[in-house]
Design a binder for this molecule. Structure first.
Ligand code: UTP
Length: 285
């Protein structure tokens, strides 16, 4: 069954320079929690507790974040500050973490292929942590795991985006087999608006069956000279079945400064403040 989730985090995060010069963009905090922790919590909620990271140079802070800091633990043990570590302690105890490196930035498809060492021959999920997905009920990965149990094939999460933004995404065409679920017939990476097969953009949540690895290996570099997962997925769709799922919830593009600020404001109001109120109420009891 599905239990592994891969986080490709080898990118440079150039849009956030100089903040990301010596620090991974995945560690930028949305209020008080690094971006990557939201993704890991979504994976754990979906029952995916074996977390694999495909990292690169300068990403050590991610390893340290998902590890116990004994000095810090000792320092704050028994004080009122312990509550601030609660949520990361929970993540560390609920999941296991492993790491491999992508030696050269050759694209998302290549990053996923490097993750094969951590995944083996099983279906797995992929999360791009810079897409923050929030839903009041079950998270996006949880929704996709439910679909996987039913259909047992690769699934990509999609969202309708305005035409003028479509050139930034992988775009699908498909036949709707039930409301919000499409069997993919075509996929193009970052097409010009006039060539896009639809306005359904692929966002950073995937469930992939392990035959994808061989398909990636056979995929020549595409757009921007990078090995594109979209090209390998199209080959998979042509041989068998790939589904596109219009998820329930909200996505924020935290890989862009505007999206990051929008997400920060949203999380402060809708996640951070209610959580603090809950902690305060529990303390008063
Ligand atoms: P992006 O291109 O959006 O991220 O890749 P980036 O390169 O880090 O950011 P900018 O554009 O320079 O600001 C999408 C995701 O794929 C991963 C990135 O880490 C990011 O999570 N990725 C991309 C890799 O791990 N390896 C690659 O070769 C390419």
């Amino acid at each position: 069954m599905l239990k592994k989730c891969l986080f490709p985090v080898a990118g440079y995060g150039t849009r956030f320079l100089p903040a990301t010069k010596a620090m991974p963009k995945e560690m930028l905090p949305l209020v008080n929690k690094p971006l990557v922790q939201y993704g890991v919590e979504e994976a754990i909620e979906a029952g995916l507790t074996e977390i694999g990271f495909v990292t690169g140079r300068g990403k050590r802070a991610i390893e340290d974040h998902f590890d116990t800091n004994f000095e810090l633990e000792q320092q704050i043990a028994g004080t009122s500050k312990e509550k601030y570590l609660e949520c990361i302690r929970r993540v560390i105890s609920d999941a296991s973490f492993s790491y491999t490196r992508q030696g050269e930035m050759r694209g998302l498809g290549d990053a996923i292929l490097q993750g094969r060492r951590l995944i083996g021959d099983e279906p797995f999920a992929v999360v791009l942590a810079d897409d923050l997905c929030l839903n009041e009920e079950l998270g996006v990965l949880g929704q996709m795991v439910q679909l996987y149990k039913q259909f047992r094939c690769s699934i990509v999460a999609v969202e309708e985006v305005p035409r003028e933004q479509i050139h930034k995404f992988g775009v699908i065409a498909g036949n709707e087999i039930k409301p919000g679920l499409y069997q993919v017939t075509d996929m193009v990476e970052k097409p010009p608006a006039e060539e896009a097969p639809s306005n359904m953009a692929i966002i950073g949540r995937y469930i992939l069956t392990p035959d994808i690895f061989e398909l990636i290996r056979e995929t020549p570099p595409g757009k921007n000279g990078e090995v594109q997962i979209t090209d390998a997925l199209l080959a998979q769709a042509q041989r068998g079945c790939v589904l596109a799922y219009a998820f329930k919830g909200r996505r924020f593009d935290c890989g862009s400064v505007d999206g990051f600020i929008e997400a920060t404001n949203y999380v402060y109001e809708n996640v951070y403040l209610p959580e603090q109120a809950r902690i305060d109420a529990a303390e008063k009891k």
